[in-house]
Design a protein around this ligand. Sequence first.
Ligand code: AMP
Length: 523
Amino acid sequence: MNLAHLLLRRATLSPTSPALCLGGTVVADYARFARHAFSISGSLRSRLKLAHGTRVALLMANCTAYLEVLYGAWAAGCVVVPINAKLHASEVAHILADSAAAILIADEDLAQPLQAHLGSLTALQHVVLNGSAEHAALLRGDPATPVAVDPTETAWLFYTSGTTGRPKGVMQSHRSLLTMTLTYFADVDTATAQDAIIYAAPMSHGAGMYNFANVVAGARHVVPESGGFDADEMFMLAAKWGHVTSFAAPTMIRRLVDHAERTGASSEGFKTLIYGGGPMYVADIQRALRAMGPRFVQIYGQGECPMTITSLSRHDIADDSDPHWLSRLASVGVSQSSVRVRVVDEQGHDAPAGTPGEIVVAGDVVMSGYWNNPDATRDTLRDGWLRTGDVGVLDANGYLTLKDRSKDVIISGGSNIYPREVEEVLLQHPAVSEVAVIGRPDAEWGEEVIAVVVRREGTSIETAELDTHCLAHIARFKRPKAYVFVEGLPKNNYGKVLKRELRDLINPPEETLCPPTGLPAHT
Ligand code: AMP
């Protein structure tokens, strides 16, 4: 089934129900939402003559038009490529080239820095600026209802970074996203027409994927006027709309809790806050429960199996009478209903309960593969099982606890930062001889990026210059927050940098009595 049928069905059932809201104002009911989406569909097919399967890239900050374009593209049989609005222009250009997108729909300020790359993007035929006359023309097309698609066709091409270089396109089919949506109702939360989903995290990622359940239910879709996350605004919108659900990274939850504690604001307007995407510390969720009440559900997922590996229910999170409560809070919960989750040893055999191993997942939500990348697909999907690269432990009752991320990904404020990418950029600087990028626990962001740098002999370089260098090449949020200059990196016999040792040096375990030697203070 084409995902766009979800909108067609909802608009038929409740055309006059409020659908799209900007801040506290309704800007479209379901009839208008569907009319816009299906007019876009008509324009893409009839006027722009985009063939079935054409990639439509979206580079926009959160806005209500986002949802119209998503459904319009699907109705036309196209594949959407939602791009993180925080990426550097060169990263965006890579995604546009790799996906061979024929049309880019973008905010003007985000499209501007792409000018220098447009010449090399041979597949790109149209750039439509959000809110422009061309955008308005798309909305005036003759409405075209959803074309038939094979359920295995790719609907959403999600670019995730890899440890092995450039971002890879994860192919999510109509079927996998529909399964994800139905599983939401089984394992995450209910949704009703009285609800309002607030898009506080980027719609290009998991938060945007939660639109489906809310379209199914006929709920309101609220985009904050700030376009992003602001705790004060979230409380204001929760009070205005009531029955609010939102997907938030642990960093955002912490800010909401800070706000609730500081101002004494009521949390009554929040129905469910779903957290995931990075580690939530036990002390933080306990504090959240005290400040805001039993409104939390946790999910664990990844781009390759979005939002749907495990969940920790509202009941499990809130039930402090359970003798296992604290270990449950430290876990990511139990497998969601549509997937099988195992923890395996290096040979791929089930690890006994309590023994760490790699988490592998099977089910319809798992990606079909990486776009145009059979080697990476083969490495990651083995015998129908997705290798998550995460290390975890299952207990006898099926609760999974994440131990480590074998891919060394740093998660800062809910965004994934892949050390290799930052290392490659730093190594481009002539004064950098060697570098290792690691994460350091941080109360505010979950983790912060630290670069451990060996200067090239005879050169001198300081933090400010490296910071400027990073800003010129990668997204702001990926650049190191601190640099440590050392004489050499610790390595094993094969010459591999021992990142764990580096982490211990930067952030010594508590039992370390002496200060680490060999590393000078941060500069
Ligand atoms: P992404 O592919 O960007 O969605 O990142 C997925 C990764 O984020 C997972 O492989 C985990 O390492 C991490 N992650 C996702 N959800 C959680 C969670 N609830 N707790 C801890 N880490 C998580």
